[in-house]
Design a protein around this ligand. Structure first.
Ligand SMILES: Nc1ncnc2c1ncn2[C@@H]1O[C@H](COP(=O)(O)OP(=O)(O)OP(=O)(O)O)[C@@H](O)[C@H]1O
Ligand SMILES: [Mg+2]
Length: 336
């Protein structure tokens, strides 16, 4: 039941403007747009919708999300490099392999400063003549090396790119002070655009309900749903999913949803999420979990992200603890 995006017209237009400026002129440094907002408020959807509409089409899109809460150095770049052919890049193969977090790469032999320079050159190499869009998702969950790289890219000379950064507020970050500093650095770049997404209005919630149920529900119902979800699109989609196949009136009888999509009292996990959670409890990295389950690292990342959201955890360790507290171990010995 995919719902198409409501509202955000102003934000979309601003992103469009930023992109056409990059695409038309040959700016000497990237244009920077920073999108902040609470968990589930619609940052990623906005970025995806904007990207889809960009004209002319970007020659290159480099997009990476933090491998949530398994922070390895240069995670953003590793996500960008995953599955990408880097044969054409004139860079040391061992440094590239290390930055791409390829398994069995020998421990780094480069000084941090040298690695940062290589990382910037990797991005330059991939952007080429551009124009490119660089998407940094979940800045709040990124490792310090990635934050540094993103900051560096934001002011890199002769990089024909639009840099779009999405982040939850620093208060929600694993390392709030690092996030504060990274956001400040990005927003301080000349011409940087800052967008803060708030919850949906009641009218926008009504629009979503109209999409789903085919006709505009009564004002009273819209208001009830708006209040229960706090206008948070994620909470709204969860509420709708929980009552899919039932009439709109079922929303009335639903238990109140938490405005912030954290710590729902009862958490429904898919079979796959349960498997991934077991991997987290076992202390596996995303890469190890991917291998164990025979799925891609990217897919594991998505599951972990959903698990954190559903369990209201802010780290994979917290999610593992949640699992231990709330679920019976799979192979528990019979109680005597
Ligand atoms: N404006 C909108 N209209 C309709 N649905 C929306 C809107 N914004 C977000 N959604 C839906 O709400 C859910 C959460 O959105 P999204 O993942 O973009 O949030 P986010 O801000 O990126 O969250 P996070 O902080 O967890 O990364 C998605 O299912 C998305 O499709
Ligand atoms: Mg997101």
């Amino acid at each position: 039941m995919p719902v198409s995006m409501v509202g955000r017209a102003g934000e979309l237009a601003e992103l469009d403007r930023a992109w056409s400026a990059v695409a038309r002129s040959h700016r000497s440094a990237p244009a920077v747009t920073v999108i902040t907002g609470a968990a589930g408020v619609g940052k990623s959807l906005l970025v995806a919708a904007a990207l889809e509409g960009f004209a002319p089409r970007p020659a290159v899109v480099l997009s990476g999300a933090a491998r949530v809460h398994d922070p390895a150095p240069y995670d953003w770049l590793a996500a960008v490099l995953s599955g990408r052919d880097t044969g054409g890049l004139d860079l040391p193969a061992d440094a590239l392999a290390w930055l791409a977090q390829q398994p069995d790469t020998p421990r780094e032999r480069y000084a941090p400063g040298a690695l940062l320079r290589v990382a910037v050159r990797v991005v330059r190499g991939l952007v080429g003549a551009g124009p490119a869009v660089l998407v940094v998702e979940d800045l709040h969950a990124l490792d310090p090396a990635s934050l540094n790289l993103v900051g560096e890219l934001a002011t890199a000379a002769d990089l024909p790119a639009l840099l779009v950064v999405a982040s939850r507020p620093a208060a929600d970050a694993v390392a709030p002070d690092l996030t504060v500093r990274a956001l400040a650095r990005l927003c301080g770049v000349r011409g940087a655009v800052r967008q803060h997404l708030g919850p949906l209005t009641a009218a926008q919630v009504a629009e979503v309900l109209t999409q789903v149920y085919g006709s505009r529900p009564a004002h009273r119902l819209v208001n009830a749903v708006w209040q229960r979800t706090g206008g948070n699109p994620y909470a709204l989609t969860e509420l709708l999913a929980a009552h899919s196949g039932q009439g709109v009136a079922a929303l009335f009888h639903s238990r109140p949803a938490v405005p912030r999509p954290a710590a729902p009292p009862d958490v429904e996990l898919t079979a796959r999420e349960v498997e991934v959670l077991d991997c987290l409890v076992a202390g596996m990295s995303n890469k190890q979990a991917a291998r164990a389950l025979g799925i891609s690292v990217r897919t594991v990342t998505v599951h972990v992200s959903n698990l954190l959201r559903k369990t209201g955890s802010s780290s994979r360790t917290e999610a593992a603890l949640w699992a231990v507290r709330h679920r019976r171990p799979v192979s528990a010995p019979p109680a005597g």
